[in-house]
Ligand binder design. Structure first.
Ligand code: COA
Length: 158
């Protein structure tokens, strides 16, 4: 199958946070952010594969800075590496105070997305072809995380 680059599928999502996303004090729920993270990872994975995709795993996540109602949540997502049917998507999370323009790094998340064929089973995907030095570094680091993930699961990587 012909390879694709990370640039072919990368995406950015920006969304204002509303009171329904937050607790009574105006702090946005981690779960509300994770929902957006999952959504953009799905968009990127679908762009890469043009097939149905599901989330197999989300690596542990730390929230390094708060997000408040009224902030703009900004998510940048890209594929780091691919296996036979799965891919690692990295999502960088930032929050912008729209009154002041201050941008805070909130964290990042690694998701494993799996492509499903029409039979609902995992199906082969185009490999990611790293072209730049940074893409090669991301690919190698992604492969190492994938190896560790599968080891924890007791699965062998393809
Ligand atoms: C993800 C899922 C399709 C994997 O099915 P499976 O029978 O384990 O399939 P396989 O063993 O062939 O694995 C398929 C790929 O997923 C990867 N994978 C499976 N479980 C994984 C996990 N928990 N974390 C990371 N990767 C995983 C495998 O390594 C394999 O990747 P590769 O082909 O690139 O090497 C299946 O577990 C599932 O449907 N889960 C529910 C997904 C879902 O609905 N998510 C939304 C929230 S419920």
């Amino acid at each position: 199958m012909e390879g694709k680059t990370a640039k072919d599928s990368m995406a950015t999502l920006a969304r204002t946070m509303f009171p329904t996303d937050a607790n009574a004090a105006g702090n946005v729920f981690g779960g509300a952010i994770l929902r957006q993270v999952d959504e953009i990872a799905g968009i990127v994975a679908k762009r890469h594969t043009r097939s149905n995709v599901v989330t197999a795993s989300i690596d542990h996540m730390n929230f390094l800075a708060p997000v408040y109602v009224g902030d703009l949540l900004i998510l940048d997502a890209r594929i780091n590496c691919t296996g036979r049917t799965s891919m690692e998507v990295e999502v960088e999370i930032r929050a912008e105070d729209l009154d002041t323009g201050e941008v805070r790094a909130v964290g990042s998340s690694f998701l494993t997305m799996v492509a499903l064929g029409e039979d609902g089973r995992p199906t082969e995907i185009p490999p990611i072809v790293p072209t730049t030095g940074e893409e090669k570094r991301r690919f190698e680091e992604g492969q190492e995380r994938r190896r560790r993930r599968l080891e924890e699961l007791g699965k062998r990587g393809g």
